[in-house]
Design a protein around this ligand. Structure first.
Ligand code: HEC
Ligand code: HEC
Length: 624
């Protein structure tokens, strides 16, 4: 029997989380009170006020749900249902920053995607996640199918029960804890800015109503109310002017959204570049000035990065433990050295060629004795580090294990790491280096780690796009800006290819890499013929994973063409046309699990060209 993700489990984990605020690796609250610095009255009051506002907002959310329920029961017209659902959503958005910070999985029960998902494999026992909450209702109330009263009532009751549990488990701030609570609040605000930029403005959680910009306004208004509670403290710390600047930034951002409320035409580039990023820097600076800093351990992103497109946003230590520059240098040597393969015939660079963006320009490369095609297309290695899964079928978690798999693969290198270790030991130079760096003789584990360290240096985020959005240059064409706006909006690309890497790494926590099913065909010109590579299913053996592939980054995709897991698409234009027609299922393929909507995106030729220009503006191979 497959296990079912139970609501009770989630509630319990939430209770634990709120009582100790441990779920986020937040240890300061657990320290014995004697170790804590006594907070001042001003600090305590600020934390207390924000907490009270949060609970009031949750209560209002429950009220809005009741109004929705009432409209459903009394069979009011569709317009009323729609308005009431959106009211509830907008109210939810006011609490989202803290709710999801305290327990992200719990929040997914309230506002998670409408797709049934599974983790694990048939042999380990899968865990299924059933869709629940606001998005399930949104799909129905804004969709074309008739309203199913009992389903909506069930969803309302479920959310209501969850929120009530939360209301019952109030956070108690002891005096000594007030500043830890303040630090949590400010960290949560920053992460909410990440969320707005990478998910909120893309319509990720409102695919049917496209109510994204009004909801962004709710988020910003709630933030304004939160920070208002820190006025007194800012005065005490002598940063009153800085405090005022933040209020002004928020008001400016709100008025930008109010003027540009339409989903399709919202100027996302200006909003990110001129509003969200400024807010991010401000939050960072203010957090330091108010001394609300926490030791949060190793997270995927860096505490000091101002926004998601910052050059140093990601934290390599999270993705590869024990990274160092000298290990990377050793790894580089190994990467280009055929010593690791059987018969010393091939190196990693044979297929991942630095002159071809660490790919090979063929749809599928040949196996070791050149008799057969490999199963899959060679992906670029740029930004491969910023994933929690490797390979198209996600069968490997990290780069270290990945190197091990490739070297052993009969088709690719047919090497054996034990044999390689012996060869490296006999080579006095390698032997000396391994002993100096890893303090022991060459061995399979360290070989894998060294190569992974080198691959970790292959980052690519200094493209013209990056420099423009970071305000390092003003040179960026209108066509490219339009392309970014489409990618993040109307064309829905960023709901799977998430900013900032435009890959499957899910914001705003950036701790899991997703797979999706778009119905990739055997060849781009026969879109109704689903490829027989079943992707994630091939290792998980779960029906639900059939034809799911890890979402790759679109960065440098043109330079590592042909594209997709099987190299079946020659260029970006063919890929976008495929999406514009609803992917495989939209064009007659028998693909029941497709997560890409089947309907046409309605992109014009001009818009397709803009998307291409944007994707090409992401090219950067300065790092090789
Ligand atoms: C014969 C060609 C070939 C050689 C040699 C080769 N690779 Fe690959 N590499 C591939 C192919 C094909 C894939 C995709 C396989 C899949 O997804 O199932 C891949 C995938 C990867 C990935 C996963 C990237 C991602 O985003 O999922 C990494 C990392 C990688 N290779 C690194 C290496 C390293 C390091 C070496 C040397 C030890 C190496 N490769 C040697 C062809 C090759
Ligand atoms: C439902 C999720 C989803 C959406 C929406 C989506 N993609 Fe993808 N995309 C994927 C997945 C999954 C793959 C890999 C499929 C495969 O290998 O068979 C992919 C592959 C690609 C590739 C090939 C990358 C490479 O180097 O092989 C490009 C380019 C791309 N998508 C661009 C876009 C654009 C542009 C849009 C918007 C018009 C978009 N995607 C929308 C999930 C999605």
């Amino acid at each position: 029997m497959p296990r079912q993700q139970s609501l009770t489990y989630r509630i319990n984990s939430f209770l634990l989380a709120t009582l100790a605020v441990t779920a986020i690796g937040f240890t300061s609250l657990n320290k014995a009170p004697t170790q804590l610095i006594e907070s001042t009255t001003t600090e305590f009051n600020a934390a207390e006020e924000v907490k009270n506002q949060y609970y009031k907002d949750l209560e209002k959310f429950v009220n809005q749900l009741d109004l929705l329920k009432e409209a459903v029961v009394s069979e009011q017209n569709n317009q009323t249902l729609r308005r009431r659902l959106l009211n509830a959503r907008e109210q939810f958005k006011r609490c989202e920053y803290l709710l999801s910070y305290i327990d992200n999985n719990f929040t997914k029960q309230i506002n998670g995607p409408t797709i049934r998902r599974a983790e694990g494999t048939a042999s380990t026992g899968p865990v299924y996640y059933e869709p629940h909450g606001l998005q399930v209702m949104e799909e129905m109330i804004f969709g074309t199918d008739p309203i199913n009263q009992s389903l909506i009532l069930h969803e309302v009751a479920t959310i209501r029960r969850l929120v009530e549990q939360m209301l019952a488990s109030k956070i108690k701030i002891q005096n000594g804890h007030a500043n830890s609570m303040n630090a949590v609040i400010w960290d949560a605000l920053r992460m909410e800015i990440y969320r707005v930029e990478s998910l909120g403005i893309t319509g990720f959680d409102v695919p049917a109503s496209l109510n994204a910009i009004p909801e962004t306004i709710s988020v910003l208004e709630s933030m304004l109310q939160v920070i208002s509670n820190y006025e007194g403290l800012s005065k005490e710390r002598g940063v009153e002017n800085l405090f005022k600047k933040g209020k002004k930034l928020l008001k400016r951002a709100i008025s930008f959204c109010t003027k540009e409320i339409e989903f399709d035409t919202f100027d996302r580039m200006s909003f990110c570049r001129n509003h969200l990023h400024e807010l991010g820097s401000w939050l960072n600076l203010m957090t330091r000035k108010l001394d609300f800093q926490l030791d949060l351990g190793v997270r995927p992103f860096k505490q000091e990065a101002d926004h998601i497109f910052a050059e140093q946003f990601f934290n390599v230590d999270y993705f590869l433990r024990g990274y160092s520059d000298e290990k990377a240098l050793l790894g580089k040597k190994l990467f280009f050295d055929p010593i690791l393969s059987k018969g010393n015939t091939r190196s990693c660079a044979t297929c991942h060629d630095p002159n071809m963006f660490f790919s090979d320009r063929v749809d599928r490369n040949l196996n070791l004795d050149s008799t057969q095609l490999l199963k899959r297309n060679t992906p670029t290695l740029y930004n491969a580090i910023w994933q929690t899964r490797q390979f198209y079928d996600s069968r490997v978690h990290n780069l270290e294990d990945q190197a091990f798999v490739v070297i052993h693969n009969e088709q690719e290198m047919a090497g054996n790491l034990n044999e390689a270790a012996v060869k490296l030991k006999e080579d006095s130079e390698y032997n000396e280096e391994f002993n100096r760096i890893y303090k022991r003789n060459p061995n399979p584990k360290d070989i894998g780690h060294a190569i992974a360290s080198y691959v970790a240096t292959l980052t690519s985020n200094d493209s013209r796009f990056d420099m423009y959005i970071r305000k390092e240059t003003n040179s960026y064409s209108q066509e490219e800006k339009n392309g970014f706006n489409l990618f993040m909006g109307k064309a829905k690309c960023a709901t799977c290819h998430f900013a900032p890497m435009f890959n499957g790494l899910v914001p705003p926590h950036f701790s899991e890499t997703e797979s999706e099913n778009i119905g990739t065909p055997t060849s781009f010109d026969v879109p109704n013929q689903l490829d027989n590579d079943l992707g994630k299913y091939e290792f998980s053996k779960l029906e639900i994973h059939k034809s799911f592939f890890k979402t790759p980054s679109v960065r440098n995709s043109n330079m590592s063409a042909p594209m997709m897991h099987n190299g079946s698409f020659p260029n970006i234009r063919t890929v976008i046309e495929f999406y514009n027609n609803g992917g495989g299922a939209g064009q007659g393929a028998n693909n029941p699990n497709q997560t890409l909507p089947k309907d046409s995106l309605g992109l014009t030729d001009g818009e397709i060209q803009e998307l291409i220009s944007f994707i090409r503006s992401l090219e950067d191979d300065s790092n090789r």
